[in-house]
Design a protein around this ligand. Structure first.
Ligand code: MN
Ligand code: MN
Length: 262
């Protein structure tokens, strides 16, 4: 099953959706992210093709669903898609896929991460490519002036100390304000959405749910920066723990993003 309204061919498409059913299985609190791409595709068919709030009918937008890829295949695909000025929308998979995608793109994209977790470990259980190290690996790639994490409410003491020491910019969930989008001065953005940035009442089906999170203000935030976004990933949905709510929300974020970006 393809993502709803994503039936354009690759050549003509302005947006390309791909899944990466990758899971670093030894270390997530709850497994299942490898099932997320197809689960989110399924739930995308819940919606009208017409996105009411933006007045855009996605049937008239050129969207291609390229199917599922390994990380290695996805790196080449995403690099090429950007070179051809298409907007890649990647459905994970664990958050560990993001550093690979960002480093594959031959552009100076700035990175905005929405996440409950700092993900700033040097390594996690011996694996430096763990989802728990995603932001650290990206930080090492792009540097402190080209990245910010938003929605944070969980980290180890060591992560916080290292983040302070290295000047890693992040905004706590409790400090989130409507106008934060106006403070982001990046011109071209890679947006990484770890679905656990939402409160578990909105997104219960994630690998590491963390209460006291954010709600639909995330939509407002993404809308405000959408014109500057050139690549997106949506990660960490765990279908075995999802009653559909989380995947519906992930599909909605993707559909609304397309309607705002176009
Ligand atoms: Mn994460
Ligand atoms: Mn997280």
């Amino acid at each position: 099953m393809i993502f709803a309204d994503a039936d354009e061919n690759y050549r003509e498409a302005d947006f390309v959706i791909l899944g990466i059913p990758f899971e670093d299985s030894e270390m997530s609190f709850r497994e299942g992210t490898s099932k997320a791409p197809d689960f989110i595709r399924y739930y995308s068919h819940n919606y009208e093709s017409y996105v009411m709030e933006s007045g855009i009918d996605l049937q008239n937008i050129k969207i291609h669903d390229a199917g599922n890829f390994s990380i290695e295949e996805a790196k080449n695909f995403v690099r090429r898609a950007r070179e051809e000025n298409k907007i890649p929308i990647v459905i994970g998979g664990a958050h560990s896929i993001s550093p690979f995608l960002i480093s594959s793109i031959n552009e100076d994209l700035n990175v905005v991460i929405l996440d409950a977790h700092l993900d700033f470990r040097k390594d996690y259980m011996g694996n430096e490519f763990s989802h728990a190290c995603a932001s650290r690996r990206i930080f090492e790639e792009v540097g402190k002036n080209r990245m910010i994490s938003i929605g944070i409410r969980s980290a180890s003491r060591e992560e916080v100390e290292e983040a302070e020491k290295l000047n890693f910019k992040y905004i706590l969930s409790s400090k989130f304000k409507k106008n934060i989008a106006d403070e982001i001065k990046f011109d071209k953005i890679y947006l990484s959405i770890d679905m656990d940035v939402f409160d578990p009442c909105y997104a219960p089906g994630v690998s590491n749910p963390e209460p006291n999170g954010l709600g639909y203000e995330i939509f407002e935030f993404i809308k405000k920066i959408s014109k500057k976004i050139y690549a997106v990933d949506v990660v960490e949905v765990s279908p075995p723990y999802d009653d559909g709510r989380t995947s519906l929300l992930a599909a909605k974020v993707i559909r609304n993003f397309i309607s705002w970006k176009i």
